[in-house]
Design a protein. Structure first.
Length: 421
């Protein structure tokens, strides 16, 4: 799909089911290179990023069969060791195959990754961890080659300068088959890391402390295939919570883990938005007026940077001055110029954005600059006067399963076009 068109002004109502987590499923699919027997994964979202990581695994020799929301993955007996640029350039999560390849084959050659242009996200911490475990790293023209010596991977004490989610995941996947114990200090604490660790433990790994700042991995000789259901997507859940609030609607959000969206819920409560925990999920009930709030993005369990653009759209409806401080990515304000085209009053000073509200947004042609920015523009369109035209929808399709259909089922006046000119 090339463009989305939204005629705003309709309160959303009804029920929406949250899909499996994009950020959890990508490392879990990569980890399917590790066992010696097949894995079955349930609640796999139909997303462009999932298709890409599956293509990477197939190139590396895995056999993959999809049946609805279920993936059956047969790992290769002897994996190919090179992930080509044509796949990795589409999505930086493709770099997550390096850890499993080193663990299984002792060799990996990966092109430097692509993905959303939201700032510098270097793979230095991944490479530091691999080097500590015994890998020799060589930098080529746009690619990285890592090779293990005769002694194989050796458990080590690794301190991460920043709690990188990807580095934590990649190092864990390399360390599960290393000799001895690996300790990762200042590890990322995201729920997606806990899901990966649970998956690996079910395969026979020995991981302690996932979801805390210190993770201990005791290496084992081999892993076996298992069946696993991926956790719900907390960022998708947060997006629909804001969709209900920004339209003054009433939405029941199913298949959501309330603890995973606590930072978002805290800010919604502060804004005066009613969210109730029910037997089947979370219900959000919007209002006409909201309070201004301040938000500072932080690594989990802080407010997620992946929800920053969406809550900024909601802040345009709040009375007073709201301030967002972005501490994770230095270039994650590209959606501001698009929101201002719709009438938002936003000023930026360094990593701070000052949002004055409430304003009445007006539909306009806008462009999705990245995945979450695209979702924020759709949310803004839902509460705007007139028709909003969002181009570069391929960004949104990377992270939201059936976004158009789910919003239509909630009563949104939204439609798509295959043309993007």
């Amino acid at each position: 799909m090339g463009k989305l068109y939204i005629r705003g002004g309709r309160p959303l109502s009804g029920t929406v089911r949250i899909s499996g987590s994009k950020n959890a499923v990508l490392p879990i699919i990569a980890a399917c290179l590790l066992p010696t027997s097949p894995c079955t994964l349930h609640d796999i979202p139909d997303l462009a990023d999932v298709h890409t990581i599956c293509l990477v695994l197939q190139h590396l020799g895995a056999q993959i069969k999809r049946n609805g929301t279920t993936l059956e993955i047969v790992p290769p007996i002897k994996p190919n060791t090179e992930a080509p640029y044509e796949f990795v350039r589409q999505m930086r999560a493709s770099f997550l195959v390096m850890g499993p390849l080193l663990a299984r084959s002792g060799l990996a050659a990966i092109s430097l990754p692509g993905g959303c242009a939201i700032g510098s996200r270097p793979v230095d911490l991944h490479l530091k961890g691999f080097n500590m475990l015994g890998a020799h790293i060589e930098h080529g023209y746009g690619s990285i080659r890592a090779e293990i010596g005769i002694g194989g991977l050796q458990g080590k004490h690794i301190y991460l300068d920043f709690p990188s989610v990807g580095a934590t995941e990649n190092i864990i996947m390399a360390a599960v088959l290393a000799k001895g114990q690996t300790v990762i200090e200042n590890a990322a604490e995201e729920p997606e890391i806990v899901d990966l660790a649970n998956f690996l433990d079910a395969m026979g790994a020995n991981i302690k402390g996932a979801g805390t700042k210190e993770v201990k991995i005791t290496g084992v000789r081999e892993l076996h295939g298992v069946t696993h259901t991926v956790i719900p997507d907390r960022i998708e859940a947060g997006t629909y919570l804001i969709a209900g609030a920004i339209t003054g609607g009433n939405i029941l959000i199913k298949n959501v883990i309330a603890d995973h969206v606590k930072p978002v819920l805290a800010k919604l409560f502060e804004m005066g938005i009613a969210v109730y925990e029910e037997y089947e999920g979370l219900r959000v009930i919007g209002r006409k007026h909201y309070n201004a709030v301040d938000v500072k993005t932080m690594p989990y369990p802080g407010f997620p940077t992946d929800m920053q653009p969406q809550i900024m759209a909601l802040m345009t409806c709040a009375k007073g001055t709201s301030i967002i401080t972005e501490t994770v990515f230095e270039n994650r304000f590209m959606h501001i110029s698009e929101l201002k085209r719709m009438g938002a009053l936003i000023k930026t000073v360094g990593r701070n954005a000052v949002i004055q509200g409430p304003v009445t947004l007006s539909g306009a042609p806008v462009k999705a600059t990245d995945l979450r920015a695209g979702a924020a523009l759709v949310l803004a369109g839902l509460c705007s006067k007139g028709i909003t035209e969002v181009s570069n929808v391929h960004h949104i399709e990377r992270g939201y399963e059936h976004f158009l259909e789910k919003l239509q089922n909630l009563g949104a006046d939204i439609w798509g076009s295959d043309l993007d000119i």
